[in-house]
Design a protein around this ligand. Structure first.
Ligand code: COA
Length: 198
């Protein structure tokens, strides 16, 4: 299957993410366009979306999967990111290296299991390598079984497990993947990438 991916500029991408987030009913805290802008403005980032045909009308193509990553610096001032960097201490080496934090992403339920997330992940890795990044870091929770299984298939390595002592479902799992030409040469998805106009 050939995956069709759009690489968005910030403003349009923020609106598209707000739109697709509405389809993730299982997650109560949906990201709005202003959340996206607040996090990504002034920060090196990559907004990717895969498109798919509607099952009952294949002539209509809609965004079905998305993935957003941004640079994470050793010295962050935004409290959430400063906290993340502190938690990654000892698990990720920042000095002299560029780290991409794979922040948010998902695939709409009706389009899961069709390789969209693999295609986005591989495209994010190819982009990140071309931009000089050394490693992609991602965070999930113990209870997100689908995401954990997917990250396993995508060969992310666990670099830290942070136990939540009152509820192990809420424990955090940090994973990463080191980027290299060799890694990108082993990518499996077939994809066409279109730059969406700003
Ligand atoms: C996790 C998620 C993004 C996967 O998206 P997807 O488009 O269905 O994934 P893909 O079809 O590209 O699959 C990628 C790989 O993961 C595997 N995979 C996907 N879902 C899986 C599941 N539920 N169990 C086991 N493996 C799974 C696929 O087999 C594939 O591996 P392969 O390429 O080696 O065959 C999607 O299920 C989702 O959005 N889930 C909810 C999001 C979520 O949990 N968010 C929590 C916050 S971190």
């Amino acid at each position: 299957m050939e995956h069709r991916i759009r690489h968005y500029e910030l403003e349009q991408g923020a609106l598209e993410i707000q739109y697709i987030e509405e389809f993730f009913g299982e997650f109560p805290r949906k990201k709005t366009a202003s959340d996206i802008l607040a996090r990504l403005a002034g920060r090196h980032h990559c907004i990717l979306m895969a498109e798919g045909a509607l099952p009952d009308d294949p002539s209509v193509v809609v965004p079905v999967s998305y993935k957003v990553g941004h640079e994470l610096h050793a010295h962050e001032t935004e409290p959430k990111l400063a906290d993340l960097v502190a938690r990654l201490h000892g698990a990720v080496r920042f000095e002299g290296r560029r780290i991409l934090y794979s922040w948010i992403g998902g695939t709409r339920r009706d389009w899961r299991g069709q390789g969209h997330f693999r295609a986005l992940t591989e495209e994010q890795e190819a982009w990140a390598l071309s931009q000089g990044f050394d490693e992609v870091v991602v965070k999930t929770k113990n209870r997100f079984f689908e995401m954990r299984a997917t990250l396993d298939h995508l060969q992310f390595e666990v670099i830290k497990y942070e136990r939540n002592h009152s509820d192990n479902h809420e424990s955090k799992v940090y994973l990463s993947k080191r980027l290299s030409r060799d890694l990108v040469s082993r990518h499996r998805s077939r994809r066409t990438v279109v730059k969406a106009p700003a």
